[in-house]
Design a protein around this ligand. Structure first.
Ligand SMILES: NC(=O)c1ccc[n+]([C@@H]2O[C@H](COP(=O)([O-])OP(=O)(O)OC[C@H]3O[C@@H](n4cnc5c(N)ncnc54)[C@H](OP(=O)(O)O)[C@@H]3O)[C@@H](O)[C@H]2O)c1
Length: 325
């Protein structure tokens, strides 16, 4: 089968589309014929091997051992391991795995759910990492409530476009922060207010929010803190290195002063949250925003584009199968 592989850390040029052995299913695994995948910043960070601790996830300090990129996928179940009861061959599923940029992949059953009935494989593949990050950031870390004033910074990327819609589904009043060219999209996915960051700095406006989700953080932690209501919560999903370090190191200390909370987190793909998102998609409350589609052989181009940091929603990989696979 065809799969994307890399043997050195570096730019997207290190990615190769090679013929490798089709995997065989383990006891807790599901063998999936991949129909679509999607790219995430995690994929290019692991490809670059930066920061250094990213290399621990791959298992090669100087060189990765035939690393297989890709987490998000949607496809059809071909076979199930003996300890997997919830899926059967022929089921359409979506979720997370290692090595999703391939024709076939084995995924742990607990990291999959049935595909939303009304979603294409491409739409379903756009969901797992980005939408679960948005959901866990808003619900678990941000304690979102109906009527909350919620601001999503970086509202036009993969995490942000899901965050705006998920926050609306919880009954929040949502402010989206994005650049001029994304103002229309932010409105179309339900934002009540849109701030164009090229025209206005929301941290200086005097407005205060119950919850700020930084899908992509661009301000200092002190600016975000100032824009919170007295008992507000700031949650950082991602952003620049300064913002990430501030959230991890200063966040817990600042949370000790007064009642504002400053948090960060690592998302965890799990079946319960995938099923929660499946319901939102089937109810039409969340619709993935797809920016571009690339065929499997062009994953390098997809990551080159994503790495520029201005994707409008999600970038999807379509996986065509030759007749004999
Ligand atoms: N904590 C976790 O477990 C977790 C999980 C998933 C992702 N992440 C991290 O979360 C971050 C976002 O992921 P993603 O998939 O959403 O990335 P993405 O799709 O690459 O985000 C791109 C978006 O960021 C926006 N942006 C760029 N500069 C901005 C600015 N100054 N202010 C506001 N928005 C700006 C861009 O909008 P414009 O073009 O309009 O500038 C673009 O739409 C990444 O750092 C990722 O590594 C963390």
């Amino acid at each position: 089968m065809k799969a994307i592989v890399y043997y050195n850390y570096g730019s997207p040029d290190v990615l190769k589309c090679e013929e490798i052995e089709k995997p065989t299913v383990g006891d807790h695994e599901v063998l999936i014929k991949v129909r679509a995948a999607s790219v995430n910043p995690l994929d290019w960070r692991l490809m670059r091997g930066k920061p250094l601790f990213a290399r621990l996830m791959i298992g090669g300090l100087f060189k990765p051992k035939a690393a297989r990129p890709g987490v998000d996928l949607a496809g059809q179940v071909e076979a199930v391991g003996r300890n997997v009861a919830q899926f059967k061959p022929g089921d359409d599923v979506f979720g997370g795995c290692r090595g999703a940029f391939a024709e076939y992949v084995c995924a742990i059953g607990d990291k999959l759910a049935l595909k939303p009935a009304n979603s294409s494989f491409e739409d379903a593949a756009a969901v797992p990492v980005a939408a679960i990050s948005a959901l866990q950031g808003l619900r678990d870390k941000g304690r979102i409530q109906r009527g909350h004033k919620v601001l999503v910074d970086g509202a036009s990327g993969g995490v942000g476009t899901f965050a705006v819609q998920i926050a609306k589904s919880f009954g929040a009043e949502v402010t989206a922060v994005c650049s001029t060219r994304n103002v229309h999209t932010a409105r179309s996915i339900g934002a009540d207010h849109v701030i164009d960051y090229t025209q206005e700095d929301f941290t200086q406006s005097g407005q205060r929010y119950d919850l700020i989700l930084a899908a992509n953080a661009y301000h200092s932690i002190f600016d975000y803190r100032r824009a919170l209501r007295l008992d507000g919560i700031y949650v950082m999903a991602g952003g620049g290195w300064t913002q990430i370090l501030q959230a991890m190191l200063l966040g817990p200390l600042l949370s000790l002063i007064g009642s504002k909370k400053m948090r960060s987190f690592i998302a965890n793909i799990n079946q319960k949250d995938l099923a929660f998102l499946k319901d939102l998609l089937e109810a039409g409350k969340v619709v993935p925003v797809i920016d571009r589609r690339y065929p499997l052989r062009d994953v390098a181009e997809a990551l080159r584009y994503l790495e520029q940091g201005h994707a409008q929603g999600k970038v999807v990989i379509t996986v065509e199968h030759s007749n004999n696979t």
